[in-house]
Design a protein around this ligand. Structure first.
Ligand code: ADP
Ligand code: MG
Length: 337
C-alpha cells in the first residue's frame, strides 16, 4: 500500500558565499496513516531543512532543492511552484507545521484566538462565530487552563510551554493529515517537553493524523514514536522501529547518540558520554563515511570505501555502516537500556 507521505532521494543544497552546503544529501523516508515517527540527529544534520523542503519552505536562493520527490496524495509536491495555490493550501491545511520558536510563528499583536480563527477562516472558510467556538475547543483540548477566560490574551501573556500549546492548537485547527513538529520543545525544560509531546500524541490520535517529531534528543522520543530515522551530516544513517533502534542499534553514531542524551526511562543517574569531535563541514564532505573521524569502531574498509548506503538489517531496520559493530558491545548496550 502507498504511504501517506513519501520522500525519495531528497537533496537540498545552499549556495553560500563560502561555498556549497549540502544540507540534505539523498534523504528518503516515509510516514504512514496514523503513524508517529521521529527524525533525530545533532544540530545542523539537516533535520529542519529536510522537513521544510517538503513544502518548499526553504529560502531560494540561497537554497535549492536539487533532486527528489515528495509524494503526498498522488502528487509530487516538488512539482508545484513555491507559491502555487496548491502548495499554499497544503501548508497549514493538510500538512501542519509547528516551528522551533513559537514567538517567531505566533503574531504578537493578535490574540491567541484570533491566530487560530485566521487559519480556520482561510483554510476551511469557516465563519467567525463557528471559528471562535472551534478555537476555544482547541485551546481546551491542548490543555490551556481556564481557556475561556484566556482566549483573548496575547502570546506574550503565556509561558513558553503554554505558547507551545497554542502553536499545537493552531497547527491542528484544520485537522491536518500530517503534523510536523520541528523541535517544538527545545525552549522549555524536560518535564514540560514531555508534557508537550504527550499533548501532541493525544491530539494526533484524536484527530487521526500522523506526526513527525523532529528532535536532537533521541532519548526523549522513544515513548512517543513508532519508528525513528537517525540523520548524520545530511543523510539517514539508521532507521527502524523503536524496538530495533533501542534494542538493536547498529550504527556507531546511534550508539553514541544514545549515550549522550538524557533519557526519560532512566531511573538511576547514568553518566552521559558526549560523542567526541564535531560533525563534518558540510561544505567539504569527505568521500568516505562522514562519521569516520569520530567513530570508535572504524575499520580499514571505512577509509577506503565511499560512504556506505543504507542496507536492510531485518524487519524495518536499515543501517548505513561497513562495520557490523561488535556483537558483545551491542549486547552490553542492550542490557543497559
Ligand atoms: N538559509 C541557509 N543558508 C545557508 N545554510 C543553511 C541555511 N539553512 C540551513 N543551512 C545549513 O544547512 C544545514 C542543515 O541545517 P538544519 O536542517 O537547520 O539542521 P538541524 O535542523 O538538523 O539542526 C546546516 O549546515 C545549516 O547551517
Ligand atoms: Mg532544526
Amino acid at each position: 500500500m502507498a504511504h501517506l507521505l513519501e520522500v525519495k532521494n531528497l537533496r537540498t543544497y545552499f549556495h553560500t558565499e563560502a561555498g556549497l552546503v549540502k544540507a540534505v544529501d539523498g534523504v528518503s523516508f516515509h510516514l504512514d496513516e496514523r503513524e508517529i515517527i521521529g527524525v533525530v540527529g545533532e544540530s545542523g544534520c539537516g533535520k529542519s531543512v529536510s522537513q521544510l523542503s517538503m513544502l518548499q519552505l526553504i529560502p531560494t536562493p540561497p537554497g535549492e532543492i536539487v533532486s527528489g520527490e515528495v509524494l503526498f496524495e498522488e502528487a509530487n509536491l516538488l512539482d508545484y511552484r513555491q507559491n502555487s495555490p496548491q502548495l499554499r493550501a497544503i501548508r497549514g491545511g493538510k500538512i501542519g507545521f509547528i516551528f522551533q520558536e513559537p514567538m517567531t510563528s505566533l503574531n504578537p499583536v493578535l490574540t491567541v484566538t484570533r491566530q487560530i480563527t485566521e487559519v480556520l477562516e482561510l483554510h476551511l472558510k469557516m465563519e467567525k462565530h463557528a471559528a471562535q467556538s472551534r478555537a476555544l475547543e482547541l485551546l481546551k483540548l491542548v490543555g490551556i487552563p481556564d481557556a475561556a477566560r484566556r482566549m483573548n490574551d496575547y502570546p506574550h501573556q503565556f509561558s513558553g510551554g503554554m505558547r507551545q500549546r497554542v502553536m499545537i492548537a493552531m497547527a491542528l485547527s484544520c485537522n491536518p493529515k500530517v503534523l510536523i513538529a520541528d523541535e517544538p520543545t527545545t525552549a522549555v525544560d524536560v518535564t514540560i517537553q514531555a508534557q508537550l509531546l504527550e499533548v501532541m500524541k493525544e491530539m494526533v490520535e484524536r484527530f487521526r493524523s500522523s506526526l513527525v517529531i523532529v528532535t536532537h534528543n533521541l532519548g526523549l522520543v522513544a515513548r512517543y514514536v513508532q519508528r525513528i530515522y537517525v540523520m548524520y551530516a545530511g543523510r539517514v544513517v539508521e532507521s527502524g522501529t523503536v524496538k530495533e533502534i533501542f534494542g538493536d542499534r547498529r550504527h556507531p553514531y546511534t550508539i553514541g547518540l544514545l549515550k549522550s542524551v538524557p533519557r526519560l526511562d532512566q531511573t538511576k543517574s547514568e553518566r552521559l558520554v558526549p560523542i567526541e569531535g564535531l560533525p563534518p563541514n558540510q561544505m567539504n564532505m569527505p568521500p568516505n563515511c562522514a562519521f569516520l573521524p569520530r567513530c570508535p569502531y572504524r575499520i580499514a574498509r571505512c577509509e577506503r570505501e565511499a560512504w556506505p548506503i543504507l542496507r536492510p538489517a531485518g524487519g524495518k531496520h536499515f543501517v548505513a555502516c561497513h562495520v557490523d559493530v561488535d556483537v558483545k558491545e551491542r549486547a552490553r548496550e542492550t542490557a543497559r537500556s
